[in-house]
Design a protein around this ligand. Structure first.
Ligand SMILES: [Fe+2]
Ligand SMILES: [Fe+2]
Length: 185
């Protein structure tokens, strides 16, 4: 049977696939704004609310627990890991800024288009690079640690929190985002 740690890594990779889909939608909105069109700001507001309630609040904290263990157990695999938590904080800060911009627009405020394009582009770029780093390097290190020694991670604080869009498919609050997702194959 697959250990819970392997199962957890599988879930984190699944989260990345979902976040990549959502980032594509956000990037498309930024491109529209760059061309002078009005993107669906209510959709963008839902995207940023999603990023706050799931990736920032559940996905990144779970990873922080795993990376802390990796640093503790395997100094030889820990290079650069001290930067991950602050990178998660940076992602939350950039996301919070974008969410505030967009919620203000939905509430009727004028937004400088170039500001939205810059903030959204910066956010998409940063989060994509972060996920690539994890997939290509950090998750591989965690796999090596698990190959050498089976371990479990205590993520009980977050385990019960499901992804509201991709797992629970709760429409309330995420209607536009859910109807904008590409069909599943
Ligand atoms: Fe991360
Ligand atoms: Fe991640």
């Amino acid at each position: 049977m697959e250990s819970e740690a392997r199962e957890l890594l599988k879930e984190l990779r699944e989260d990345h696939r979902n976040m990549a889909i959502v980032l594509d939608l956000l990037e498309a909105a930024a491109k529209q704004a760059y061309k002078g069109e009005d993107p669906d700001f209510e959709l963008v507001a839902e995207i940023m609310r999603y990023m706050t309630v799931y990736p920032d609040a559940v996905h990144h904290p779970k990873e922080d627990i795993i990376y802390a263990r990796l640093r503790e157990e395997r100094e030889d695999l820990a290079e650069g890991l001290e930067d991950v938590t602050s990178d998660h904080e940076m992602i939350a800060t950039l996301g919070g800024r974008l969410r505030d911009d967009v919620e203000a627009v939905v509430a009727g405020a004028a937004l400088r288009r170039d500001l939205f394009v810059d903030d959204a582009t910066r956010y998409v770029k940063h989060l994509r690079a972060h996920m690539t780093w994890e997939e290509d390097d950090l998750f591989e290190r965690v796999e090596s640690m698990l190959d050498a020694e089976p371990l479990d991670f205590d993520v009980s604080e977050y385990e019960h929190i499901k992804d509201p869009v991709f797992e629970l498919e709760i429409e309330a609050g995420f209607k536009r985002l859910m109807s904008s997702l590409p069909p599943t194959s």
